[in-house]
Write a protein that binds this ligand. Structure first.
Ligand code: NCD
Ligand code: ZN
Length: 347
């Protein structure tokens, strides 16, 4: 039997929601991950340090007994965000990053930024104090095709912003295109990218071939096969600018399986098994630890975890639950469409 021991991984982009969903899903992350960057797109969003502190307390309270897990909190950037509050959040150790959602780009982003000029005072302060900006990198203008939104964002928003404020540290989250990968690789610093589990596994056919499959729909939407291959190459390269952000985004099934389904794929349950499969397929199991456990901490200025996890490759594929039942309803677990032989050895 093959085994693989890694430093305990972190998830650099995670949606935990609140209330009954938080309660139902938190254990799927804290079982394997030591830390995660927690997305602030609640309803209403987490916009002030006071909101973030209260949300952090609710996450800690929802943790299964005995699990050690550190939520790394973010603030949802608005055109009215107060630079002093952001600085205070960073100084107190509560805030790890600020999140930019272009208004209308994704789930609960209507309160996001319409005019980046209005957010410049906050961004300048962040550059000064060394607080990273996490970016949902898609434009939302209706004339841009949904499959081109990331590439157009890089050209029309991200690159101009980086030229205007080169000191600002930016994480391009959930990169989905070869354009994004190339842009990060060509940058001379202050830019890194997170990659999700599912974008390493599916291309857009998963959503559309043989019927419409809402559980493969997320934002940014999965792209063509050449893009998936570019993401894989970056993830397995060991390049310190690329690391895991699962973007695990739970929605209860009735909100996915309907005429206007929500975007989001729930991968926390089986992410480590999926990733071991992908990295083995690429003959790169020796690079998995860099992607899940080393590159992210370096980028965010944190120490890698001391604890380890061990994965085993078993003859019998794992039996993950097809759905996570929560007090708010069932949430379908990501199906990678291949059997998962790698499993984390549960302590
Ligand atoms: C996320 C969500 O549901 O909050 N959805 C998704 O498809 N990834 C928002 C996001 O990160 O875009
Ligand atoms: Zn997300």
């Amino acid at each position: 039997m093959k085994t693989l021991t890694l430093r305990r991984p972190d998830d650099w982009h995670l949606h935990l929601r609140d209330g009954a969903i938080l309660q139902g899903v938190i254990g799927d992350t804290s079982r394997h991950f030591a830390r995660a960057i927690i997305m602030p797109n609640l309803v209403p969003p987490v916009v002030t340090t006071t909101d973030a502190r209260a949300y952090r307390d609710r996450i800690i309270a929802a943790l299964p007994n005995g699990d050690r897990f550190e939520p790394l909190m973010t603030l949802y950037l608005t055109e009215h965000t107060d630079p002093d509050d952001v600085e205070e959040g960073k100084k107190s150790g509560l805030i790890t990053a600020v999140k930019l959602y272009p208004a209308g780009a994704t789930t609960n982003s209507h309160g996001g930024v319409r005019d980046l000029d209005k957010a410049m005072p906050v961004l300048e302060r962040m550059a000064k104090i060394g607080l990273p900006l996490c970016v949902h990198g898609e434009v939302t203008t209706p004339d841009v095709d949904i499959f081109d939104r990331e590439a157009v964002f890089i050209e029309t928003v991200l690159d101009p912003l980086r030229k205007r404020l080169p000191e600002l540290k930016i994480t391009m989250e959930h990169v989905t295109t070869a354009d994004g990968i190339d842009y990060i690789k060509s940058s001379k610093g202050n830019l890194a990218g997170s990659i999700t589990t599912h974008h390493l596994i599916i291309n857009r056919n998963a959503i559309l071939v043989g019927g419409i499959r809402p559980h493969y729909y997320c934002l940014p939407v999965a792209k063509r096969e050449n893009h998936r291959l570019a993401l894989r190459a970056a993830a397995i390269s060991g390049d310190a600018r690329f690391f895991l952000g699962t973007d695990s985004a739970p929605h209860v099934d009735p909100l996915k399986e309907c005429a206007c389904g929500c975007a989001g794929i729930y991968t926390s349950v089986n992410t480590m098994s999926c990733l071991a499969h992908v990295f083995e397929e690429e003959n790169a199991l020796d690079k998995l630890e860099a992607f899940t456990s080393l590159n992210g901490p370096v980028w965010y200025g944190l120490k890698p975890n001391e604890e380890t996890i061990t994965l085993e490759k078993r003859d019998e594929p794992a039996n993950f639950p097809p759905k996570r039942e929560t007090g708010a309803g069932p949430i379908t677990v990501f199906d990678p469409m291949f059997p998962l032989h790698w499993q984390v050895v549960e302590k």
